[in-house]
Design a protein around this ligand. Structure first.
Ligand code: GLP
Length: 244
């Protein structure tokens, strides 16, 4: 779906998220959202906050699972995805804190494997992800599933690509301060989501959007795995669509 600009696109996506939340509310069910960080979903979260404040959209029945977190990372760090999500969304809506899940960047290395299993089990206990929001890395990563990730990969600790670290280094004020590893939801849980919406804005994403959508299905471009998902949309602005 190609939109004139990211704002119009984000409004459309927010409307879908809101209608799913309301539909589940009417059925007295919880709505399980898979959420992403990065610059792409910011305008979506801003619109969801507006819908909460101006159009009575409640998040009381929302359970969220974020895709990823840097490792190691303290929750209170200005760079943490916990902080990002609080600032962009959670601090401004009525979601219950116990319904928010973000991978824990403070564990010891020995604890990570078991923690990742339990993160996936929690998603399963909640009935799986109803709607997964994704961004796309310049190298085609989804979450932090970098090039080479397998389609059946599980939630795990990963080494970040050099290109991902370079992109992140602006926030961390230099490559030497940029984490080398992260915890990410695996590709298989992303693929199990009943609905997936990937957001991409700007000329800089146009080449990788084309690769993911129009070129071969390959683990070099993990976003290309989505070609096999039966309810996925790439929502892009006209700059990101310019090579399609
Ligand atoms: C980070 C996140 C990804 C995100 C990507 C793209 O690497 N872990 O989930 O998709 O950035 O970021 P942006 O939306 O800022 O381009």
């Amino acid at each position: 779906h190609v939109f004139n600009n990211s704002l119009d696109a984000s409004k459309e996506v927010a409307a879908e998220v809101a209608s799913l939340i309301r539909e589940k509310q009417a059925q007295q069910k919880m709505c399980v959202l898979g959420l992403a960080t990065g610059s792409s979903p910011k305008s979506l979260y801003a619109e969801l906050v507006r819908l909460h404040k101006e159009e009575n959209l409640s998040f009381k029945n929302v359970i969220s699972f974020n895709l990823d977190e840097y490792y190691p990372m303290k929750a209170e760090s200005i760079h943490s995805y916990v902080r990002f999500m609080n600032e962009q969304l959670f601090d401004h809506v009525d979601i219950n804190a116990e319904n928010v899940h973000i991978p824990d960047g403070t564990l010891s290395k020995q604890e990570i494997a078991e923690y990742c299993n339990s993160y996936e089990s929690k998603i399963e206990e909640m009935g799986g992800i109803d709607l997964q929001i994704l961004g796309i890395g310049g190298n085609g990563h989804i979450g932090f599933n970098e090039s080479g990730s397998l389609q059946n990969s599980k939630t795990r600790l990963v080494a970040l690509d050099h290109s991902t670290r370079i992109a992140a280094s602006k926030d961390f004020k230099g490559l030497k301060n940029t984490p080398r590893t992260a915890i990410t939801l695996g590709v298989s849980k992303i693929m199990e989501a009943r609905r997936v919406i990937l957001l991409a804005w700007g000329e800089a994403k146009s080449a990788i959007v084309r690769k993911a959508v129009e070129e071969e299905f390959t683990n070099q471009v993990p976003a290309s795995f989505l070609q096999e998902h039966n309810a996925v949309d790439f929502v892009v602005d006209k700059e990101a669509a310019s090579q399609l």
